[in-house]
Ligand binder design. Structure first.
Ligand SMILES: Nc1ncnc2c1ncn2[C@@H]1O[C@H](COP(=O)(O)OP(=O)(O)OP(=O)(O)O)[C@@H](O)[C@H]1O
Ligand SMILES: [Mg+2]
Length: 279
C-alpha cells in the first residue's frame, strides 16, 4: 500500500503544536522582541483565537465550542464578542503581551464586515480579512487544487487556480448533521452523540458514512464543469473522522487527497498566518 499524500512536515508540526496548546493555561515564554500575530476564526461550531510567531508557529490557542455564528451570519453578536474578548484576554495573560490587531476570515460569498464587526466590538483593529479557502490556499502554497472544508454547518468547496480562488460554493451539510445521524441511530442525546463521534469515531463510521457520501457528492457537483483538479485538500474538524480521507480518495480517484492530522486547526492557523506582516 502506498502512503497517503501528506502536507509538508513543518505544517503538520505547526498543526500538532496548535492542538497541544489549545486552552492550555500555562504561561508561555516568548522573547519580548519576537513579534506575535493574532488570528480569530468565528466558525459555526467553535470560535478559535490563535497567536503565532513571525515564522507562523503557534504560541497560544483558545477554542470554545459555541453556537454564535452560522454560515457567516452572527446569531448571537454579544455572546460572540464576549467569547473573543475572553479568548484574547486569556492569550494576553499567557503571553504577557497586549494585542491591538487581529486577522479574521469569512466564508466565501458572505459579508466580510460581519466578522470584522465582532473583532472591532471586542476592542481590536482588523489587520487582515480573508475568505477561508484563500487563507488555507495561501498557507499551503496551493497553486492549483480544490480546498474542501467540512466544518460544523457546511461543506464548502473552493477551486484554486494560480493561487487564487476562482470558484467557491457550499451547502448545508456538516458536522452537526453527522452528530444528528448518530443521535438518531443510537438514540443518544445530541451532546452524547457529539462526544461519541469525537471519542469513538471508528465505531461511528458505519453509521455516518452516508452523510460523508453526500458531502463528496456535493463536492463532485460543485467541481463538475471545471477542469479536473489533481489535488484535493481536506480541511475542517469533521474530516477528523477515520474514513473520511479514504472515502474522498475513492470518490476522486484521479486526485491526491490530502488530509492534515489536526484538520480542526488548519483554518485558524491559516487565518493567524495571514496576520503576519499586516500591522
Ligand atoms: N475528532 C473529531 N471527529 C469528528 N468530528 C469532529 C472532531 N473534532 C471536531 N469535530 C467536528 O468538527 C466540527 C467543527 O469543525 P470546524 O471548527 O472546522 O467547524 P466551524 O469552522 O466551526 O464550522 P463552519 O466552517 O461550518 O462554520 C464540529 O461539527 C465537530 O463536531
Ligand atoms: Mg470553519
Amino acid at each position: 500500500m502506498t502512503a497517503a499524500p501528506a502536507l509538508p512536515a513543518m505544517l503538520e508540526a505547526n498543526l500538532a503544536r496548535a492542538a497541544a496548546l489549545v486552552n492550555d493555561p500555562a504561561p508561555v515564554s516568548v522573547a519580548a522582541s519576537e513579534p506575535l500575530y493574532l488570528g480569530i476564526d468565528l466558525g459555526t461550531s467553535d470560535v478559535v483565537t490563535m497567536a503565532v510567531d513571525a515564522q507562523g508557529v503557534p504560541v497560544a490557542v483558545c477554542l470554545e465550542w459555541a453556537d454564535v455564528v452560522r454560515d457567516g451570519v452572527v446569531l448571537a453578536f454579544f455572546e460572540a464578542v464576549q467569547i473573543v474578548r475572553a479568548q484574547v484576554r486569556e492569550i494576553e495573560a499567557k503571553l504577557g503581551r497586549r494585542f491591538t490587531h487581529a486577522a479574521t476570515s469569512f466564508p466565501p460569498g458572505t459579508d466580510p464586515r460581519i466578522s470584522a464587526n465582532v473583532i472591532e466590538a471586542a476592542g481590536l483593529s482588523v489587520s487582515a480579512i480573508i475568505d477561508e479557502p484563500s487563507a488555507v490556499a495561501s498557507l499551503l502554497g496551493i497553486e492549483r487544487g480544490a480546498v474542501v472544508d467540512i466544518g460544523g454547518g457546511t461543506t464548502g468547496v473552493a477551486l484554486i487556480e494560480n493561487g487564487q480562488v476562482v470558484y467557491s460554493g457550499d451547502e448545508a451539510t456538516g458536522g452537526t448533521h453527522v452528530t444528528l445521524v448518530i443521535a438518531g441511530a443510537l438514540r443518544k442525546s445530541i451532546a452524547d452523540a457529539e462526544a461519541f463521534k469525537r471519542e469513538r469515531g471508528h465505531e461511528a463510521w458505519g453509521i455516518v458514512r452516508p452523510v460523508f457520501e453526500k458531502m463528496s457528492d456535493i463536492v463532485d457537483q460543485h467541481l463538475k464543469g471545471h477542469a479536473p483538479v489533481d489535488t484535493l485538500y481536506l480541511s475542517g474538524g469533521s474530516c477528523a473522522l477515520p474514513g473520511v480521507r479514504e472515502l474522498f480518495a475513492q470518490a476522486f480517484p484521479a486526485a491526491s487527497v490530502i488530509l492534515p492530522q489536526n484538520c480542526l486547526y488548519l483554518t485558524p492557523l491559516a487565518i493567524a498566518a495571514t496576520a503576519r506582516g499586516q500591522q
